[in-house]
Ligand binder design. Structure first.
Ligand code: DGJ
Length: 739
């Protein structure tokens, strides 16, 4: 136990917990195999580095909570002070090691190994408990809990500056990948070389933000979806946070992550504790797909979402604020005819909400538009065979609302008297934030939500969050948000929740624990969506990722896309529609109906299989797919994002199939044929009637008549000639084992 060794599924973690110092991280990465205690001791001894010139007089080793007192001059693992006691360095000592404690709640997963380290600094009067877990999929979770151990009555709180999880990566992991983005353009990858210093990504949005770093990945140079060693961290937290990579001239590279605390935001009173969010850390020797191959099954092992995920029809881009019963009833009918299963009434249903300038917080059904409440609409929706969902934005308040007028003290940051000369706090989308840490505000919004859920048969809430907090209280607000969702779920256990934050500004594992779907982005433009879904999906499994078929001309970009491209893009997630179907042509409605039929047939595969992404050398091309866990079947998409580099594109290589098994490959046409720029398709397409054949029917897809049959190894290593797709086109291929 003095050299704890956690290992699972090709990953291992070795600590040196001998003596009373903070345990040293000897290794995090590839599995080291069976090691006896003697070998572990040898490994720990042999890992002690040399003493650097002009440095401390003992070897510097990276511990789980590095601080100045250990000679660590990089970002510390913990910082804080007690007012009036000066700035002495925190110097923790190991006082206990425990293993085998059972994780709690949904994380009490079979096979999870746990380790708890107990540390204390008697002079600073704090203790720290560090929890480590490794799941059977090789996913590590780590967090620290600091306790103020002072017993002196009236003693000042310990003002916590930072408490972070810091993990080492080897020097060869010299390339970084993290993410940035904008509204409707989330999860833009950015790569950099890790030089000396800190590459730090910080969110002060009160939510992760559209530019959320999301994952901090360090890898061997050139790592891709299918290749390279990668080490990755993610903070399971929906408020302010920071994630960084640091490389010091002393030969250490680390990944760090933790909650970003505002000065004075977190005073830990005598006897009280603060736990960091969990850092989720994953290693893979098979590129980014290797990360997903651990993360998706792990998330699925604790996920409580119900399958199959219903096809959603959301009213937002269909009608915006133009709500009336006949219009919405016609929309629901059109959706029902195509096979939609859930109707979601978006923003605009509550008192006086005719635009985005007012009424947030007044969670009463608008009596003018809905004199009999929402009952007639819900009855209509139910009669059409759909269930009903409702949009809410519980954390927000409009100043032009009854609730803000009655309770200005519930508005985060306050509302000045009209006569006051002071500058009012900034609005954002004309709205302010409801201070959920105010007990009465919390109680009131909880009461309104539960009243709606009690009065109406609501299956689903779309829970939106459309502004940054811009206040130094993100910790309280985020903790209160979690409590609010947990309380709503406790009183209405059947409710499903979709998390939305102006699209994808709050997608993290903290919120994912509490919801059934995330709204991946406010853009329904398939070209933008291809990239957003591809990278959001490294962490989040596809069954959570809401993706909607929008109108031909995307509302957010003005770009026009063909139906086949829009359908192929929205297929690979939790699919839905956000388009005024009443204006769709009969041909389009027929194609949408066929798409939904295929989606329903394919969703067991798409929502449980292994996500794979190839690395075509032409950056204009993307190939992605989902392979069933038993490797019996798969669905792939070859996508042209832009004009091709080569007149004869490189072969499509299909990863993830069983090498020895034989597979039938069949083009699947949805919404018409994708446009190609070639006169003659590849021979193997021509043999099947090419990509210009009439739409493949469900029966054709199931029988796969006349398809090409090759082994998984051939399909992965040699591949098949690709169609020369015109820009912004996607070709789908169903792959089914025949042996
Ligand atoms: C932002 C969301 O992301 C949209 O989907 C929509 O729900 C609007 N808010 C409604 O105001």
């Amino acid at each position: 136990m003095s050299i704890p060794y956690l290992r699972a599924a090709g990953t291992s973690l070795v600590l040196d917990a001998r003596g009373t110092g903070v345990p040293v991280i000897v290794h995090w990465g590839a599995d080291l195999g069976d090691l006896t205690d003697a070998m572990l001791t040898t490994l720990a001894d042999a890992s002690v580095p040399s003493i650097a010139p002009s440095s401390i007089d003992v070897p510097l080793r990276l511990t789980l909570l590095p601080t100045l007192a250990q000679g660590w001059s990089g970002r510390p693992g913990i910082s804080g002070f007690r007012p009036g006691r000066g700035g002495s360095a925190i110097d923790l000592r190991l006082v206990g090691v425990r293993s085998g404690e059972r994780p709690t709640g949904r994380f009490a997963l079979p096979g999870t190994q746990t380790l708890t380290l107990l540390l204390a600094d008697a002079a600073a009067q704090i203790s720290v408990r560090t929890d480590l877990e490794i799941s059977v999929q090789g996913v590590l979770r780590l967090r620290h809990t600091v306790t103020n151990t002072s017993t002196t009555a009236g003693d000042a709180a310990f003002e916590l500056g930072s408490l972070d999880v810091i993990l080492p990566v080897p020097g060869r992991a010299g390339e970084l990948l993290d993410f940035t983005g904008l509204w409707t353009h989330e999860r833009r990858p950015q790569r950099s070389t890790l030089g000396h210093g800190v590459w730090s990504r910080e969110s002060r949005h009160g939510r992760p933000g559209h530019d959320d770093s999301y994952l901090m990945v360090a890898g061997t140079p050139g790592f891709g979806f299918r290749s390279g060693e990668v080490w990755c961290t993610h903070l399971a937290w929906s408020g302010d946070k920071r994630a960084w990579a640091e490389n010091s001239p002393l030969g250490f590279s680390v990944l760090g992550s933790g909650e970003l605390l505002a000065p004075g935001e977190l005073g830990v009173a005598a006897g009280a504790s603060y736990s960091t969010p969990w850092t989720v850390a994953v290693y893979s020797d098979a590129g980014l797909d290797g990360l997903s191959a651990r993360l998706h099954p792990w998330i699925r092992s604790w996920s409580t979402i119900r399958t199959p995920r219903p096809v959603v029809l959301n009213t937002w881009e269909a009608v915006y604020f133009e709500h009336d019963l006949p219009t919405l009833a016609r929309l629901a009918d059109a959706g029902a005819q195509t096979g939609v299963e859930r109707f979601v009434l978006d923003d605009g249903w509550f008192t006086g909400r005719r635009d985005d300038r007012r009424a947030l917080g007044d969670w009463f059904v608008d009596p003018v538009t809905w004199p009999s409440g929402l009952h007639p609409l819900i009855e209509h929706v139910h009669a059409a065979g759909l269930d009903f969902g409702l949009w809410v934005e519980p954390e927000m308040v409009s100043l032009d609302s009854e609730v803000a007028r009655a309770h200005p003290e519930w508005v985060l940051g306050g509302v000045p008297e009209p006569s006051a000369t002071e500058t009012p706090a900034l609005t954002w989308r004309f709205q302010r934030v409801l201070d959920l840490s105010h007990p009465e505000a919390f109680a009131w919004v909880f009461a309104r939500l539960t009243a709606l859920l009690t009065e109406y048969p609501i299956a689903y809430l779309k829970w939106d969050h459309n502004r940054d907090l811009l206040a130094g209280s993100a910790h309280r607000q985020t903790a209160a948000l979690y409590s609010l969702i947990d309380a709503v779920r406790a009183t209405h256990p059947g409710i499903e929740i979709e998390s939305c934050a102006s699209g994808g500004a709050r997608i993290d594992l903290g919120i994912l624990e509490r919801v059934d779907r995330v709204w991946t982005s406010d853009t329904n433009d398939p070209l933008e969506r291809q990239q957003i879904q591809r990278y959001t999906g490294v962490l989040v499994p596809p069954e959570y990722l809401g993706g909607h078929l929008g109108a031909a001309t995307a509302h957010t970009t003005g770009r026009t896309s063909e139906l086949s491209f829009r359908l192929a893009t929205a297929l690979f997630g939790a699919a839905g529609i956000e388009w005024n179907l009443v204006s769709a042509s009969a041909e389009e409605l027929g194609q949408i109906t066929e798409w939904i039929t295929h989606y329903k047939r394919l969703r067991p595969l798409l929502h449980s299989g292994v996500v794979v992404r190839a690395d075509p050398s032409d950056p204009a091309l993307v190939l992605h797919g989902v392979v069933s866990r038993d490797q019996d079947s798969a669905l792939f998409a070859q996508v042209a994002l832009a004009a091709p580099r080569d007149a004869v594109p490189e072969r499509m290589r299909f990863p993830g199939l069983a090498p020895e098994r034989r597979y039938r490959v069949t083009p699947l046409l949805l919404g018409g044929s994708p446009r190609t720029i070639q006169d003659t398709p590849p021979a193997w397409h021509a043999a099947l009637g090419g990509l210009t054949a009439a739409s493949t029917t469900v029966a054709d897809a199931a029988s796969g008549g006349g398809a090409v049959t090759l082994t998984g190894a051939v399909l992965a290593l040699v591949g098949l000639p690709a169609p020369l797709l015109a820009p912004e086109q996607a070709a789908l291929f169903a792959v089914d084992a025949v042996d």
